[in-house]
Design a protein around this ligand. Structure first.
Ligand SMILES: Cc1cc2nc3c(=O)[nH]c(=O)nc-3n(C[C@H](O)[C@H](O)[C@H](O)COP(=O)(O)O)c2cc1C
Length: 193
């Protein structure tokens, strides 16, 4: 299957450090690999409404929910590019992941079976210089991938506060060069390690 990467941008500002770092990683992808970039601030999702136990979710056919759903189903590789906000993913990113819960229950989508075996990646920028503070974000993505039966490529971390700062993080830029080339293992819940 031809690889197709979906980059989901979750920052609350344009051209931030997370996007810069994600673009550095994406530059290394071979030209025959398709890339789709969706900025959640340009394509905001509505708050997720939990209908799982009342009625069936219905497949969206228009608007940003349909755009994100179709892009997610079409991707072999999903890159969550979220800045570190309060030690976890941004609200925009979290809302996108919450919609997965509805898509899991939407008849006819086979959402879980479709994503199983595909790969989840993460890119994040943070102001803190100790990368351990991003562990909650890493755990969110790792456990989500494990729940979905997906592979997990880990999280590419870069340091920065104001836009452009991450370009001074030479170690992050070096990691970006090979990040998406890695063979990502099947994700395991943290208690399975
Ligand atoms: C709402 C908010 C919460 C933040 N929380 C954290 C945090 O918990 N830890 C941290 O190191 N930096 C935090 N930061 C700083 C950002 O992670 C940092 O500025 C990063 O470069 C933003 O990424 P961006 O340029 O892609 O938007 C926060 C920034 C904002 C706006």
């Amino acid at each position: 299957m031809t690889r197709r990467f979906l980059f989901v941008l979750g920052s609350a500002r344009a051209d931030g450090n997370t996007e810069l770092l994600a673009r550095r990683a994406a530059e290394q992808l071979p030209p025959d690999v398709e890339q789709q970039w969706i900025d959640l601030s340009e394509h905001p999702l509505p708050d997720f409404e939990d209908l799982r136990h009342d009625s069936d979710h219905v497949r969206p056919t228009e608007g940003n929910v349909a755009l994100l759903l179709d892009a997610t189903l079409a991707a072999t590789d999903i890159v969550i590019a979220s800045p570190l906000y309060w030690y976890s993913v941004s609200a925009q990113t979290k809302r996108y992941l919450d919609h997965w819960s509805g898509w899991l229950r939407t008849p006819g989508l086979d959402f879980k079976a479709t994503l199983a075996g595909r790969t989840l990646w993460g890119v994040t920028a943070l102001a803190h210089t100790q990368p351990e503070v991003a562990d909650p974000l890493v755990g969110t993505l790792n456990n989500s991938a494990a729940y979905m039966g997906m592979r997990f490529g880990g999280v590419l971390l870069g340091n920065g506060s104001k836009p452009g700062d991450v370009l001074n993080d030479t170690e992050a830029l070096a990691r970006a060069k090979t990040y998406l080339e890695q063979e990502a293992p099947l994700a395991r819940f943290v208690y399975e390690d």
